[in-house]
Each structure stands twice: as structure tokens, then as C-alpha cells.
Design a protein around this ligand. Structure first.
Ligand code: CU
Length: 487
């Protein structure tokens, strides 16, 4: 499968989508709906067949790419033999279309068809089941909304959709993690010797109470069988042919259930221009990270001449990696190992990356109407993760009135990082540790172990909006609350 498209090639490769967008503009009642089918599909993972879920459009590809001014008019069909619910991650639809379980709509039953119609937010977003065990089985896909500038630019757009994968069922994965994460024992001790973090005797909060001098941080609590880029491993990576000396806009989506990655552009410089679909003041570099559910948009200007340019995603704290290969027409593509030579550092523990991000379109400066603190707690044994010490069933919601400026401070009192996602809003990161600044607009912010992050939110539609950790095993254990906006 390829998500690659170029300005010139797009019409040909995505005929049905193009036909829709070529019709007279929205407002005409007869514009056909796009279809999305929730299905099962089979992947080849290093020579072994894997049955996973998927979200396929009417061209047989995964997810959706919308053209500028195209509305999100979608007919979604549940072809699974089980109930599900799909969330449009990064979009701000009316609450009723948000895709949160029983909030307000119930799960889609087997065979159910549901209609959606809203004006989408431009940028690199995605869609996924809001049932953690289904997301772990790859019920997730890209949701790209192009801008007029994207269409006008002389650039090739490439989507890089990252996921972690296990041949075990999600229930088996969760059971293994709950049993103590023996699966990861070896990787943990290697981690300890190379980075100075003490990974042994991982018991979350209890380590703090023991006053352990070396912080007992747990980056990964499960070793997956494979790490995927566009559903493929480095044994058979996607090779995307690019123009000699051309510009690539790389849209990277971390759909992983429990993995943060560093993106390594190798020998070419990249310019990071957006996070979570929201433009930032560009910063250049060759290594940028993203936690679960986050997105990065990179511009890469390729040098003149034939060449191959692997874009790798390195699993934090470990040696595993995945990726895709950009290659000019005649370049010979060489095999790349799925293991780095050395462990990759932890993701943004010191906020070095997050501090460097500045929104192109920040929230207006205004007084804060309500400031609330949420502690992020949990432990490996028992494997339970909470917000304010409570799981979903006993949650204490954060609250605001529609139109108010709210601030939420996440205080991570645990030894794992938590990518915190708010539905229905694009907040702004305004505090890291005790330092205030005007950071990036986002919908998912990474709160490292024992760290503090503050986000500013202009409260939107009066409704109940989910607020949760996007680490799927954490979410499955109950790490979810809500942001209740009153009228
Ligand atoms: Cu978490």
C-alpha cells in the first residue's frame, strides 16, 4: 500500500476522491458521500500473515485524504462482527460526531452505517477505534486534510503511518503487561546500563517511595513483535520514488498503541513545520520525536542527483526501528536492518524539543478563567493508571464554561510518560515544568515521567469531551477522565 501522492499524480491515483472534490462546491446537496469501511485485513509481517483491522476508503486505500474546502461527508460502515466506535483524532466536529463511546452516541453495532458531516480542520490527523484493544489491532488510519497551499506547492506529499504490532491478541498483551512485563525484562536491563536509568524492579510509584537515587523510569512496558511504517517492516519497507532534487512534505502519524519514536532523516536536513496538524515556526534538524497519537510534518529538500534517503522511526530507549525509503527513479535501494547499532535515547525527558516549538497561530493572550491540576498516577503492579488517583468509573472531570480560558496542569507522579489527549479542542502548551512560554498548538501533549505540563484551552462546544492518556494499555486500565464544558 502506498500513501504517496504528488501534486501532479494525485488526480490519477485517487480518482474517487478527486471526483468528489472536483464537483461544484459544498452546499450542493447531491455531493456524494465518501465511504469508509471498518474491516479486517491481512498483513504480511516479516513473512508471517497477520489479521488486523482497518479503515478502508472507496479506492481500497487506508484512511482519507481530503482536498481543500472538501467537507468531511462520510458514510462509515461497521463490517466487523463486533461493536466499535471511531474517533476522528485532531478534528473538532460537533460533539455528537466525535466518536467517543456512549458520549453521546452508543457503539456502532455489527453492520451499522453511520453518517458524518462536518467542516474538517486542515492538517495531518488520523482516525482510530476508541476501544483500546481494537486500536492495538491497527483499527487506525490517516486522515489528511490538504490546504490550498499544499495543492499549489511544488512538493510530493508522503504519509508515514507508524504502529507497533504483536502476534499476541491485545488481551494477551494486556495480561502479559499486567503480569509484570517479563516480556521486556532483558531490554530493560540493557536500558539501565546505557542510559543511567534504573529499569530493574519496576514498580512505578513504589520506587519513588523507596527514595531510589537513580530514577526508576519505565519507557516501554512491552516488546512488540514488529514496528510498522505504512503497515510494513524494514524487511520489506515501502520505497517511494521521489524527484531528483525535489521537495517532500512528510506527514508522520504515530498511531502506536504504546511506543514513542524518534524520526531520523539520516543524511538530509528536515524542517519541522507542524505538530499535531498545527503549524509552528519552522525548526530544522535531522531528529524529531513524537509520542503516541502525535503527528509531525517535515519538509525535506532532497539534494540533486540520484540517491536513497531512508526515513527511520527509532523506538525510544531501544534498538528497534522501522521506516520507509525515499529514492530517486534510478537509485538502487539497499536493505536496512530493523535494529539500530545503539539504543535510542528516551523521548524528550528534558523538554528540549517541546521548548523549541512555537505556534504559528497561538491562542490570544487573555486572563485565565479557571486553572485546574490533574495528577497522573499509577503503578506497574498492579497495572492500574489513573487521573487524580481515579479510573474512569470514579472520575472527577475538569470543567469550564464554553468560551472560558481554562488551563490544565498535568502533574505526572508516575515513572511512565503519558501522552495526554483532549477531544474537541486544540490547546496550546504554555508551561513545561515551572517555566511559562507560548508553545505549540496541539491535541496531544507528552508528559514525561515525574514532569509537569500546562496547557491553555479556549473551551468549545458545551459538551462532555474525553481527556485521556493515549497509551492504550494505560487507557485500557482506566486512565481517562473528561473535560465537561457547560453552556
Ligand atoms: Cu499513560
Amino acid at each position: 500500500m502506498t500513501y504517496s501522492l504528488s501534486r501532479r499524480g494525485f488526480m490519477a491515483t485517487s480518482a474517487a476522491l478527486a471526483a468528489t472534490s472536483a464537483l461544484p462546491q459544498a452546499g450542493i446537496a447531491e455531493v456524494p458521500k465518501l465511504s469508509l469501511d471498518i474491516t479486517k485485513r491481512t498483513l504480511d509481517i516479516d513473512g508471517r500473515a497477520a489479521t488486523v483491522f482497518g479503515l478502508m476508503n472507496n479506492t481500497g486505500k487506508s484512511g482519507l485524504i481530503l482536498e481543500p474546502d472538501q467537507k468531511f461527508r462520510v458514510k462509515l460502515t461497521n463490517n466487523l462482527d463486533t461493536k466499535t466506535i471511531i474517533h476522528w483524532h485532531g478534528q473538532i466536529p460537533p460533539n455528537v460526531q466525535d466518536g467517543a463511546p456512549n458520549n453521546p452516541l452508543p457503539y456502532m453495532y455489527q453492520g451499522e452505517v453511520r453518517d458524518f458531516d462536518f467542516t474538517p480542520l486542515a492538517g495531518t490527523h488520523w482516525m482510530h477505534s476508541h476501544v483500546p484493544t481494537q486500536e492495538m489491532q491497527l483499527l487506525a488510519a490517516p486522515l489528511i486534510v490538504r490546504t490550498a497551499a499544499d495543492v499549489a506547492a511544488d512538493q510530493q506529499e508522503v504519509v508515514m503511518f507508524l504502529h507497533d504490532f504483536s502476534f499476541l491478541s491485545p488481551e494477551e498483551v494486556l495480561a502479559e503487561i499486567a503480569a509484570g512485563g517479563d516480556h521486556d525484562a532483558e531490554g530493560s536491563s540493557e536500558m539501565a546500563s546505557d542510559t543511567g536509568t534504573n529499569m530493574s524492579g519496576m514498580t512505578g510509584m513504589s520506587n519513588m517511595e523507596n527514595d531510589t537515587p537513580a530514577m526508576a523510569m519505565d519507557l516501554n512496558d512491552f516488546n512488540f513483535d514488529a514496528y510498522l511504517s505504512n503497515d510494513r517492516t524494514l524487511a520489506d519497507p515501502e520505497v517511494i520514488r521521489v524527484e531528483n532534487g525535489g521537495r517532500v512534505r512528510l506527514r508522520i502519524i504515530n498511531a502506536s498503541s504504546a511506543t514513542s519514536f524518534w524520526i531520523d532523516t539520516g543524511k538530509v536536513d528536515a524542517s519541522l513545520v507542524a505538530v499535531d496538524g498545527h503549524d509552528i515556526e519552522p525548526i530544522s534538524g535531522r531528529r524529531f520525536g513524537l509520542a503516541m497519537a502525535q503527528r509531525l510534518d517535515l519538509f525535506i529538500d532532497l539534494p540533486k542527483g540520484e540517491g536513497t534517503y531512508p526515513i527511520l522511526a527509532l523506538r525510544e530507549g531501544e534498538r528497534e526501528r522501522t521506516g520507509l525509503i525515499l529514492a530517486t527513479k534510478n537509485a538502487h535501494v539497499q536493505k536496512i536492518s530493523a535494529q539500530s547499532e545503539m539504543e535510542t535515547p528516551a523521548f524528550d525527558l528534558d523538554f528540549k524539543q517541546e521548548f523549541s516549538l512555537r505556534a504559528k497561530n497561538p491562542l490570544a493572550e487573555r486572563p485565565v478563567d479557571t486553572a485546574q491540576m490533574i495528577s497522573l498516577d499509577g503503578s506497574m503492579q498492579p497495572y492500574v493508571w489513573t487521573m487524580n488517583g481515579r479510573t474512569w468509573a470514579e472520575r472527577i472531570p475538569a470543567t469550564a464554561q464554553s468560551g472560558q480560558r481554562a488551563e490544565i496542569t498535568f502533574m505526572n507522579k508516575s515513572m511512565m510518560g503519558h501522552p495526554m489527549h483532549l477531544h474537541g479542542h486544540a490547546f496550546q502548551v504554555v508551561g513545561l515544568g515551572d517555566q511559562r512560554f507560548a508553545g505549540a498548538r496541539r491535541d496531544t501533549v507528552y508528559v514525561p515521567p515525574m514532569a509537569k505540563v500546562t496547557v491553555a484551552i479556549d473551551a468549545g462546544e458545551a459538551a462532555r469531551w474525553l481527556l485521556h492518556c493515549h497509551h492504550m494499555p494505560h487507557l485500557a486500565s482506566g486512565m481517562m477522565s473528561e473535560f465537561v464544558v457547560s453552556a
